[in-house]
Structure formats: C-alpha cells, structure tokens
Design a protein around this ligand. Structure first.
Ligand code: CMP
Length: 509
C-alpha cells in the first residue's frame, strides 16, 4: 500500500472523524456560549493535534508494513480518546447542562470525564483487536498496588466528591477547622481552599474535612447568615448590673452599626460574678463574617463610650487591697451613718409622721436591708406574709390577679410601704408586688411591727384606715377584671359559634 492511500485509510477511521467533528463543535460552542471554557479546552486541543500529527507516521509505517505500527496506533488511540472525552465533557458540562439550569460541581465533572476516558479506551481498544483480558488481569494487580499507594489521594478525591454532593460545606461558607477559620473559596479533587481574614489561603486535604469536626460559622437552617459574637467587659461591683446593662443596651440598640444584625438585637448579659469584678458579655450577631475584627472594634468603642457617659468606669485589672484600721470609733461611726440613713427614710413615710422620735428610732433599729433587681417579685398574691417593706429607692408595681387576668392597681415609690395587710390580719398576701426598677427596701419582721403597733395604738387606727382604702381599690379592680373576663368569654363563645355555623353551612370565613 502506498503512503497516500495509507494516510487516507488512517484518517478515515471512526475515532479520527468523530474527534474532528466534536472538536469543531466544542470549540465553536465554547467561543460563543461559554468563553470561560476556552482555557479548559487547551489540553484537549493539544491532544487532538497530537492525534492528527501522529496520523502521518502511522500512515508511513503502515505503507511499509512495519512492526512499529502497533506502538504508534496505541499512541493515536490514547491521544484520540483523551481529546475526544475532553471536548465532549466541555460540551456537556459547560454548554448543555447550564442550558437546562444544572451546574455540576467541578470535581464531579472531573470524575465523569476521567471515567469516560477509561471506558472509551477500553471500548476503542477492543474494537481494534487489542487483547484486553490480559490487560485487565495484569491491571487488577496493578490497580491493587496503585490503589494501595494512592489511598490518601483516593480518600481526598472521594472526600471532595462527598462534600460537593451532600452540600455539607459549600463554596462561600465560613468554616472553622481546629481553630483556623476562613471562607471556602473552592473545593477541588484533593483539597479545599480556605481564605482566611489575614489574606492567607489554607489548603486543607479533603480527608481532614471528612474525618474532623468542622464548624460552619453563622449557618442555621432557614436563616440568613449571621454569627453570634460575645464582647467581654468588666465593671466594679458598686455599679448594679441592671444599670450597666441598660447603659450598654441603649447605646448599642439605638443607632445601628454596619454588619451588626438588627434582629436579634445586640444585648448585654452578666456572665460572671468574678472575685473582684462583675463580668459582662455584649452579644451581637455579625452579618459579614469577613468584617469580624472591625465590627468587634466598633462595638467595643460603643461600649466604652456608653459606660463613660453613664459614669461607670471599667474595672482595674490590678488587684486592689483596701487597708482600713478597724477600731471601735470607726465601727460606731459607720453604724451611726447607716442608722441616720434609715431614720431619714422612715421619717419620710407619711404614716409614721405621728410617731415620737423615740419610737421611730426603735423601729429604725429593727429594719433589715432588702435590695431587689428590676423584675424581681417582692411579694406574691396568696403567699404567707412575713415582712413589711418600706421603699427607700426605686419603684414597685402592685398587681392583682383575678379570673386569670392580671392588672396593676398602684405604683409605689420612695417613702411608701407595703405588706402591712398580711402582717396585721394574718391573711395571705392580697397582691403581687414587682420591682419596676432596681429597688432598695428596708423590711420589718412581724414581732417588730406588732411591737410598734402596741406602743402606738394611734398608728393601728391609721393602718386600719389605709387597709380599708387599699381594700376598696382592690375590690374595684377585681370587679373590673371579672367584667373583663366575662366579656372575653362572651367573645370567645361568639367566635366558636360562628365557626360552627360556618362549618355547618360550608360558608367561607
Ligand atoms: P399584703 O397583702 O401583705 O401584700 C401585698 C401588699 O400590696 C399589701 O399588703 C399592700 O401593702 C399592698 N397593696 C394591696 N392593695 C393595694 C392598693 N390598692 N394600693 C397600694 N398597695 C396595695
């Protein structure tokens, strides 16, 4: 056979013609539909060129009926199949699938293309009469050896595939892996790349992501991405937690901060009662995880200014040692100061105005400190009463409950008192009293209260008058609550009946 006719018969083979066709289609489609794909087509184009160039030596060797022909044929086959599969993969994954709205992960595409190349070689080779059985038999041993030595690589590949397919980690997620956190920028065959906030790219082998615990930051099903941060700060014990929390909360909630979620709102919590400081945490939800440090800094600045405005200093990190010489004089001075303070409070109570100084002083001696935080319950309706309370600072709300409804009947401020009814009549508490602000009370136990009443019978009259007055108010409120409850019951009955009638006649609501 002459060289030219050998060249013609080589070129007219199915593989070469099919390769030519697929190459032309893929290159022109990529040029128009998927320009990004052109870079990926460089390798198949190179392989196709190699295939076409090898046709010349193949024809030459065939014309001479050389025994070297078989080697060139194998090379032709390999280049042809690889190029063909590369072009076909490009057509399928970059042109056709996106058209029907499917975007397959890169790694899946790579696996499909590699498997197709393998199958293609086996099919074409068997067509051309190469003995595949011996090839497969020897390759089984070879595969075992290669597989064993490539265990890690294969693990990475399978890991990468699994990550892509089960969507547990996606490109764009922020993850934390053993203290390193970053944004997933790509998931490849062998590794997953993380871009950290310090502009580093961590290359994490996929097997690590499969084996170790990975935290996906700020992800919660059905919610927009936001990550809770806690900024710690401390203040001295002499400032009540409610005051510190209010100051910080109002400053952070009033004016929004960039990258801080509006809902849930930022808020402060008392995290610990330390040996010398109250330790707080300001919690906020960060919406852009890349902006963690600047946002933390902005939040800390706000806390700093909020506390300064409220006159609350940060606690000193150093330990302070307060040395005071204890002496009888000092102790007496302290006691007398405290006593005067209590006496001043008691003398502001209207009801005690008629008491002699001597009685007032005796009463003052029996007072016990009772501070309460905002929201705490001081007495509960129906409970047994042990104390009479005098409000020294703050505001409390007196509430009664009837027919499952509750209502406030009075607010008491500094100089008022409550809890007298149970102590005087032995009846259970007639109302619930709740602190609306931080409240400082002094309380008096039953024996002390009875002693005062015994010594000042006029006071008992005053109390009795007050008892009637307060009782009448409660009665009025109770009647209103009963009326309100029966009105609500009527409304519910009416709604139920209407629903039943609608159901019976099949009417639309
Ligand atoms: P006591 O019943 O021991 O406990 C609840 C207290 O709430 C009660 O004593 C009163 O001191 C107070 N209280 C009850 N009713 C009124 C009212 N109408 N106005 C103000 N205080 C009240």
């Amino acid at each position: 056979m002459g060289f030219w006719s050998a060249l013609q018969s080589e070129a007219a083979r199915g593989l070469t013609l099919a390769l030519l066709l697929v190459a032309v289609v893929a290159l022109s489609a990529a040029g128009t539909v998927a320009p990004d794909e052109r870079r990926r087509l460089r390798l198949p184009t190179l392989l196709a060129l190699m295939h076409f160039l090898l046709l010349v030596p193949a024809a030459f060797l065939r014309a001479r009926e050389s025994t070297y022909l078989i080697g060139v044929e194998v090379a032709l086959l390999l280049f042809g199949v690889f190029a063909m599969v590369g072009f076909a993969g490009s057509l399928a994954f970059a042109v056709l699938l996106p058209r029907i709205g499917l975007r397959a992960p890169h790694i899946l595409r790579d696996v499909v293309v590699a498997s197709a190349a393998l199958i293609g070689i086996l099919v074409v080779a068997s067509h051309r009469g190469f003995n595949l059985t011996s090839l497969i038999a020897t390759s089984a041993v070879l595969t075992a050896v290669v597989g064993f030595s490539l265990q890690d690589t294969l693990g990475n590949i399978m890991g990468g595939l699994a990550l892509q397919l089960d969507n547990s980690i996606r490109v764009g997620d922020w993850i934390d892996l053993d203290g390193v956190s970053g944004r997933v920028s790509e998931i490849r065959w062998r590794y997953t790349a993380l871009e950290t906030r310090d502009w580093e790219t961590e290359i994490v082998p996929n097997t690590r992501l499969m084996k170790e615990r990975v935290t996906v930051l700020g992800r919660r099903a059905g919610e927009a991405r936001k990550w809770r941060r806690t900024i710690r700060f401390s203040s001295e014990y002499r400032f009540p937690p409610t005051q510190v929390i209010d100051a910080v909360d109002s400053s952070l909630q009033e004016i929004p901060i960039a990258n801080v979620a509006l809902v849930p709102r930022p808020h402060a919590l008392l995290l610990d009662l330390g040996p010398s400081t109250c330790d707080y945490g300001l919690r906020y939800w960060l919406t852009d995880l890349a902006a963690m440090e600047p946002t933390d800094s902005e939040v800390r600045t706000r806390i700093h200014f909020a506390l300064r405005r409220a006159g609350i200093p940060f606690s000193l990190p150093a330990q302070s040692l307060f040395v005071t010489t204890e002496s009888d004089d000092r102790r007496a001075a302290e006691r007398s100061l405290d006593f005067e303070r209590r006496l001043a409070v008691l003398s502001r109570v209207d009801l005690f105005k008629s008491l002699e100084r001597r009685d007032l002083e005796r009463l003052t001696e029996r007072l016990v400190d009772a501070p309460f935080a905002r929201g705490e319950t001081l007495t509960r309706q129906g409970a047994v009463g042990h104390w009479l309370y005098v409000v020294a600072a703050g505001t409390v709300s007196v509430r009664i409950r009837s027919d499952d409804l509750e209502r406030e009947i009075a607010r008491l401020n500094e100089g008022s008192f409550f809890g007298e009814m149970s102590l005087m009549t032995g009846a259970p508490r007639s109302a619930t009293v709740v602190a609306l602000t931080d409240v400082h009370c002094y309380r008096l136990d039953k024996p002390a209260f009875q002693e005062v009443l015994r010594d000042s019978p006029a006071l008992a009259e005053e109390f009795a008058r007050l008892l009637v007055e307060r009782g009448a108010e409660r009665e009025r409120a109770r009647e209103e609550l009963t009326a309100e409850a029966s009105r609500q019951r009527r409304q519910t009955d009416q709604r139920d009946l209407l629903q039943r009638i609608r159901g019976f006649f099949g009417l639309e609501p």
